[in-house]
Design a binder for this molecule. Sequence first.
Ligand code: DQA
Length: 141
Amino acid sequence: MKKILIINGPNLNLLGTREPEIYGKFTLTDLENKLKDFAKKINIEIECFQSNHEGEIVDKIGSAKNNFNGIIINPAAYTHTSVALRDAISSVQIPTIEVHISNIYSREEFRHNSFIAPVALGQISGLGIDGYLLALEYFSK
Ligand code: DQA
């Protein structure tokens, strides 16, 4: 059975109350439960991880080597700042899909640059919570 690691970055623990007009009303627990239900249906094992700390996310990616077939990551604000996250992803060589709930290209200019995109397999941006589900479905193939 394929194993996929799902990582949510800083402030995504606040989903549901954080700018709901941009990010929706579902909580992180709602999101993770939805992903777990869908994963069961498509016969994939998942592990969900959220952290507000860059180093913890770097450690998690580093420890994923040889343990996961794929990573789905919403790096949140670190998308636009973190060379460390980018290097972690390219170091482990695990196919990684970058997901954003909002469309980062239709928002402020500082969100248009992703340090992660060049080392990701692909990026899904602006499809809300469905982006995570679509990424998971991709890995089921
Ligand atoms: C986000 C977009 C980022 O620009 C922002 O910093 C986030 C969430 C998204 O899911 O739309 O925290 O990654």
